[in-house]
Design a protein. Structure first.
Length: 326
C-alpha cells in the first residue's frame, strides 16, 4: 500500500466536506460563505484552504464522492499547484470515500442532498469516478458511513472487490457515524480477506461531546489500523461560530486561553490512537486555528474534566440528525 508520505507532517488533516458543496450541516455557514456558493466560488475557496493547509504542513486531504465538487476541485489544485506556488504537492496523501451520491444539484433548497448506497454496483461506479479524477494519487478509500444496517459489513462480494483495490496499492477503510460506531469498528476488525485484515483505515466521529467510540478506536490502532478523527469540533458546535456553545467546555477553553475550536482539536490530538485529526475549515483562518492545536498540550486533569461534559451518544446523534443543511 502507498503509505508513509505524511509521516513527518503535522497530525492535522484537511477535510473538504464543508467547501465542496453549497449546503452542509456546519454552524456559521451563512457568515463564512457570504452568499458565494456557486461552483466557481467554492472551487476558489477550496484552493485557498488547500494552499493554506499545505503551507501549514498538512499532508493528508480527505474527500468523498458525495462532497459535491471536492474530488474535482482537489484534482485541479494538485495539477495547478506546482505552476502557481512551487513545490508541487507530490507529498500529499489523499483519502476518499464511496457509498453516498451527491444529489443536491448545487441547490440550497434541495429536499435531499445525498443518497446512501453501499452496493457492489455503487462501489464499482464510484471507484471508477474517483480514480478518473485522482488517478494514482488516491491512497485511501473508505466505505462512507459504514453501518451494520446497510449490509456492507457482511457483503462478501463487496469485500472481495475492496480486496482487489487493496491489491492495487490502495489502503481500504471505513468511516463511521452514529451511536453504534463501536459495533461497526469491531465488526471491521473481524473481516479478513486472503489472510489479511481488509479494513486498515478507520475514520470516525470523536469529539468532546461524543467520545464514546474511543475504546474501539484504541482497539483498531492496536490491530494496526490508522485512525482518523472527523468532526472534532462537532459540526461547528465546538467553535466560535455556534450561537449556543457548551458553557462548561467554553469555560475550560477560556481557562486555557484558546478558542473553543482549538481546545477541541487539541483534545482529539491528545488521544494516543489518533493518526490524523481532520479540520473541516471553511476558510484559512479557521484552518490555522485548528492547526495551532498541534502545539497545545492539555493538562490531563482539564482533559478529563472536559470529557465529563459529554452528551449521551443517542442524544448527540439525534441532535446531529436534526441539524439543517444551510
Amino acid at each position: 500500500m502507498r503509505d508513509g508520505a505524511t509521516d513527518g507532517a503535522v497530525r492535522v488533516g484537511i477535510g473538504l466536506a464543508a467547501v465542496g458543496r453549497p449546503a452542509y450541516i456546519n454552524s456559521g455557514r451563512a457568515r463564512d460563505f457570504n452568499g458565494e456558493r456557486d461552483v466557481h466560488a467554492l472551487r476558489h475557496r477550496t484552493w485557498l484552504v488547500l494552499d493554506a493547509a499545505y503551507e501549514a504542513g498538512i499532508r493528508y486531504v480527505d474527500v468523498a464522492r458525495s462532497y459535491g465538487g471536492a474530488e474535482e476541485f482537489l484534482a485541479a489544485w494538485l495539477s495547478d499547484r506546482g505552476t502557481r506556488r512551487p513545490p508541487e504537492a507530490e507529498d500529499v496523501e489523499i483519502g476518499s470515500k464511496w457509498g453516498y451520491r451527491y444529489v443536491g444539484d448545487w441547490r440550497m433548497d434541495a429536499a435531499v442532498h445525498e443518497v446512501k448506497d453501499h452496493s457492489l454496483a455503487a462501489f464499482t461506479e464510484q471507484v471508477t469516478q474517483s480514480k478518473g479524477l485522482l488517478g494514482q494519487r488516491l491512497s485511501v478509500y473508505h466505505v462512507h458511513s459504514a453501518t451494520l444496517d446497510t449490509g456492507v459489513m457482511h457483503d462478501r462480494l463487496v469485500h472481495r472487490a475492496l480486496a482487489g483495490l487493496r491489491a492495487d496499492g490502495v489502503r481500504v477503510g471505513i468511516s463511521t457515524s452514529g451511536p453504534r460506531q463501536c459495533d461497526t469498528i469491531r465488526r471491521a476488525l473481524e473481516i479478513v480477506v486472503d489472510g489479511e485484515l481488509l479494513f486498515t483505515s478507520i475514520q470516525s466521529t470523536w469529539n468532546l461531546l461524543e467520545p464514546s467510540v474511543g475504546d474501539a478506536l484504541a482497539e483498531a490502532a492496536d490491530a494496526g489500523c490508522r485512525v482518523i478523527v472527523k468532526e472534532a469540533v462537532a459540526n461547528g458546535r465546538l467553535t466560535p461560530s455556534d450561537p449556543h456553545p457548551n458553557p462548561q467546555l467554553q469555560g475550560l477553553a477560556d481557562r486555557v486561553g484558546v478558542p473553543l475550536d482549538r481546545f477541541a482539536t487539541a483534545a482529539a490530538l491528545a488521544q494516543p490512537w489518533a493518526w490524523r485529526v481532520l479540520s473541516g475549515a471553511a476558510n484559512p483562518e479557521q484552518l490555522l486555528s485548528n492547526v495551532a492545536a498541534a502545539g497545545l498540550a492539555l493538562d490531563p486533569g482539564i482533559l478529563d474534566e472536559a470529557l465529563s461534559y459529554a452528551d449521551k451518544p443517542e442524544d448527540y446523534w439525534t441532535a446531529r440528525s436534526h441539524r439543517a443543511w444551510a
